[in-house]
Design a protein around this ligand. Sequence first.
Ligand code: CU
Length: 121
Amino acid sequence: MTDVAVNLGGVVLIGLIVWWFWLAGPRSKAVTGLSGPVEITVEDGVYTPARIEVPVGKPITLRFLRRDASPCAEKVIFADLNASSDLPVGKPQDITLTLTKPGEFEFTCQMGMYRGVLSVK
Ligand SMILES: [Cu+2]
């Protein structure tokens, strides 16, 4: 009886792992640009969320919350958009952008270790 329970637990766990890594998809976030700022945390080498869907032609505000005190995270650069901003530690920093054409636009720290994408449609 105990063995069956252990095996069942294993199957459930494997199912969860499969779902998490292969089926749940990228942790992206759809944004309309009208419902307030999109909060992006800057911590442990990743932007969260790292992929943000935004509409063409509408101003959107990204609110960066930097929790990583290392100099690596001190700037965010939108190379394709000629935009950048300093990110103070522990203080929200808003950046408002209007994307005028569809495509994928990367944003990174100055060394390219932190990486995120604006997917414009
Ligand atoms: Cu960096």
